[in-house]
Design a binder for this molecule. Structure first.
Ligand code: SAH
Length: 341
């Protein structure tokens, strides 16, 4: 039986070298191939400075992740672009290109679907299918850049899926997208958001990356958080906060805590006070998210300005996230696995 072909965009430069040597090629070819893989090419034939015989060998030995654009929507409000990319196995994921004054950022998915089950999030709806490979995540970035024409200077892992549940491929993706001979996106321009998988956060701390870790908190007390996020039943607030403090000590990078404000659920003055206490404990800051509408959800947005003022008055560093792409359902928590229609 023939081995399944490896997907070449997932390989790090040193792994490519080993593969090319195995194919009887000189090591320097790996550098050429790697820089092609960091461009939005769709076939090995586009690697025009390689001999045809080598291109044939590559085609026989590897697959090349090149997603198909199934849908593209452009926000009339702010120019945000949402894509539905079709993957080689027929699955599809959404990703979003956001334009800021300081540069363009892409928000990518890390899994096909999500199994975290947060009650306020549209990604919960259609269930979990599989992890994305590093090459598939890189392809989201490359093809979104090529298609939108927006030169990308930042990446956020805040689309569909829980990145820390797909730890190895996500780490590999970070190395690929950060590589000087690839897209060369600086770690300080990368954010990774987690619902709070404590063991994976402990592992990530040891990598000592300069990226920004965001933690989806959404409540300052166990009772409320457990109602909103099933993961809170596995790791209680104290355990999560200990992991956050340890992360800060180890990496010297402040954590950004995401807090989607829901009226009557997590927006009381008492909760602001508790949240302020957690920020003092972890040296983190709060990124308030206006709750975005999700079909069939009874939850209503809270008053972000008022809550931000309560937090500021207690000395908390707080920002309110802009709602980019809300008119095309491209805002936080609105991405889904596939069109439900
Ligand atoms: N699984 C990861 C990555 C998702 S990032 C995580 O949980 O962090 C997407 C962010 O949008 C998360 O902070 C998520 O909690 C938040 N979010 C989900 N649904 C939302 C909604 N309806 N309104 C506002 N933010 C939402």
């Amino acid at each position: 039986m023939q081995d399944a072909k490896r997907e070449i965009r997932s390989l790090l430069p040193e792994e490519l070298e080993a593969e090319l040597v195995r194919l009887g090629e000189p090591v320097y070819r790996a550098g050429q191939v790697f820089s092609w893989l960091g461009k939005g090419i769709r076939s090995f034939d586009e690697m025009t400075d390689l001999p045809a015989a080598l291109r044939d060998k590559l085609r026989e030995s590897f697959t090349l992740a090149a997603p198909v654009r199934l849908r593209k929507q452009v926000s009339a409000q702010d120019g945000t672009v949402k894509y539905l990319w079709g993957l080689a196995d027929g699955n599809a994921v959404e990703c979003v290109v956001m334009r800021y004054s300081y540069g363009n950022t892409v928000c990518i998915s890390s899994q096909v679907g999500c199994r975290q089950g947060c009650v306020f999030c549209a990604s919960t709806g259609l269930g979990f299918v599989r992890n994305l490979s590093a090459g598939e995540m890189l392809a989201e970035v490359l093809f979104s850049q090529a298609d939108s024409g927006a030169k990308l200077s930042g990446v956020v892992l805040m689309g569909i899926g829980e990145p820390l549940e797909n730890y190895d491929e996500v780490l590999r993706f970070l190395r690929l997208v950060n590589h000087p001979r690839g897209m060369n996106i600086g770690m300080r321009h990368i954010s990774l958001s987690t619902c709070g998988l404590v063991p994976a956060m402990e592992r990530l701390a040891e990598e000592r990356l300069q990226l920004t870790l965001s933690v989806s908190l959404h409540a300052p007390d166990d009772e409320t958080r457990q109602k909103l996020m099933p993961i809170a039943r596995r790791y209680d607030m104290d355990t999560l906060m200990n992991a956050c403090s340890a992360y800060f000590r180890r990496t010297e990078r402040r954590i950004s805590f995401e807090y989607a404000l829901i009226r009557g659920v997590n927006d009381s003055p008492r909760q602001a006070e508790l949240l302020a206490g957690l920020m003092r404990r972890t040296h983190g800051h709060v990124n308030l998210i206006p709750l975005n509408r999700v079909e069939k959800s009874p939850l209503v947005p809270g008053d972000t300005r008022k809550f931000a003022e309560l937090l500021s008055a207690k000395g908390v560093n707080v920002t309110v996230r802009r709602r980019l792409g809300a008119d095309i359902e491209a805002a936080c928590g609105q991405l889904r696995r596939k069109e439900a229609t």
